[in-house]
Design a protein around this ligand. Structure first.
Ligand SMILES: Nc1ncnc2c1ncn2[C@@H]1O[C@H](COP(=O)(O)OP(=O)(O)OP(=O)(O)O)[C@@H](O)[C@H]1O
Ligand SMILES: [Mg+2]
Length: 356
């Protein structure tokens, strides 16, 4: 029963190049783990360590009880899909899909049957005799995926497989991936810096920064309870607003904005408030606004408007998402913040303070 385990993995290329710094996690059968983080945070390096394409400086890679840390990649029974697809240009689609099976000396009858099944599943049947040069990006991407699926591996590893597709196709293939991997019941490790992919595909997400896991949780938890300011700012679009408040007598203040602080935060001199734009609304008449300010920018996305409001004596800004049809008069508005949707962070470390 494959269960992928990483124990204290570290990879050091040079004294000051350590893209993976002590990463431990498990991925069970049927779990879909996404490694999410900005460019250069160590996602691909970590995936290559799992695949055996690079050797860790420290730590272990296990599948089940078997330690594979020093096992060559070809003996790991893991399938990897690269961003570049890495198809053989001189081989047909069918030959590309079956190459790994031939190396394993699987009987040709069985190979034909497995190609047929996977091609059917991915809508490639009519393309089996074509060479990759005569395929669209989306079709090539499917061939790369077929090549991984046909092997029936213990673990699937995918490195930004959708990043070369246009937005519409990406959405479509994302949906297909979800169906395919739901049916596989094998551990999947998926690398992306696209938060929509991470949120929609994963059973859990590891948010990485500078070679370390910032948070490892189901996607909904990452969104509702980001572990620190980095995660809060990285996940969610439009981005969460952050306001640095001075605190006194249990009240946080920034210009004209005054908010009661949650229990236990009152004795700090400063504290950071995070609030997502969708958790702010134009204050209806009869209600006291949390803050008043001047509208400096309106961006209409069709489905919603993103309104930037400047407030306080300084140049504090806050962005709010409001319904597309909502109107207001003048360039000054009152905004209300949903109390239950406020996030509080330590102003020095960025760690989440409340709600826990
Ligand atoms: N073979 C190598 N030798 C030296 N440094 C390397 C090597 N491979 C990766 N690095 C460095 O390690 C860091 C992490 O690289 P990695 O490819 O893992 O990032 P990533 O998170 O996949 O980024 P991206 O989203 O851009 O693909 C980078 O600073 C990179 O320059
Ligand atoms: Mg990468």
């Amino acid at each position: 029963m494959p269960l992928l385990t990483l124990e204290n993995l570290r990879k050091q290329f040079a004294p000051d190049v350590i893209p993976v710094k002590d990463i431990s996690l498990t991925v069970a059968d049927g779990e879909f783990l996404t490694l999410l983080g900005p460019s250069g945070c160590g996602k691909s390096t970590l995936l290559r360590l799992i695949a055996g394409l690079d050797q860790p400086t420290q730590g272990q890679v296990k599948v089940g009880e078997t330690d594979l840390t020093t096992t060559p990649p070809g003996d790991r029974n893991m399938a990897m899909v690269f961003q570049s697809y890495a198809l053989y240009p001189h081989m047909t689609v069918a030959e590309n899909i079956s190459a790994a099976l031939k190396i394993r000396k699987i009987p040709s009858m069985e190979i034909r049957q497995r190609i047929g099944e996977v091609a059917d599943k991915l809508g490639l049947t009519h393309l089996l005799d074509r060479k990759p040069g005569k395929l669209s990006g989306g079709q090539r991407q499917r061939v790369a995926l077929a090549r991984a699926l046909v092997r029936n591996p213990d673990v699937f590893l995918l490195d930004e497989p959708l990043s070369n597709l246009d937005a519409l196709l990406r959405e479509q293939v994302r949906e297909e991936l979800k169906h395919i991997f739901n049916a596989q019941k094998k551990p999947v490790v998926y690398v992306t810096h696209d938060q929509t992919e991470a949120m929609t595909l994963s059973s859990k997400v590891a948010v990485l920064l500078d070679g370390r896991i910032q948070q490892l949780d189901p996607p909904s938890r990452i969104y509702t309870h980001p572990a620190n300011r980095f995660v809060a700012g990285f996940v969610g679009s439009p981005q969460m607003n952050f306001l640095a408040l001075q605190s006194q007598g249990g009240v946080g203040t920034l210009g004209t904005l005054k908010l009661p602080l949650p229990n236990g935060l009152g004795d700090r001199p400063t504290v950071d408030l995070g609030v997502r734009p969708e958790d702010i609304y134009l204050t209806p008449t009869g209600e006291e606004p949390t803050l008043k300010g001047k509208v400096t920018l309106v961006e209409n996305f069709g489905r919603e408007q993103l309104v930037t409001v400047q407030f306080g004596e300084g140049s504090s800004k806050i962005r709010a998402v409001i319904p597309p049809e909502q109107e207001w008069s003048g360039d000054h508005v009152g905004l209300s913040l949903k109390a239950a949707k406020m996030h509080w962070f330590d102003s020095k470390t960025g760690d989440r303070l409340s709600p826990t």
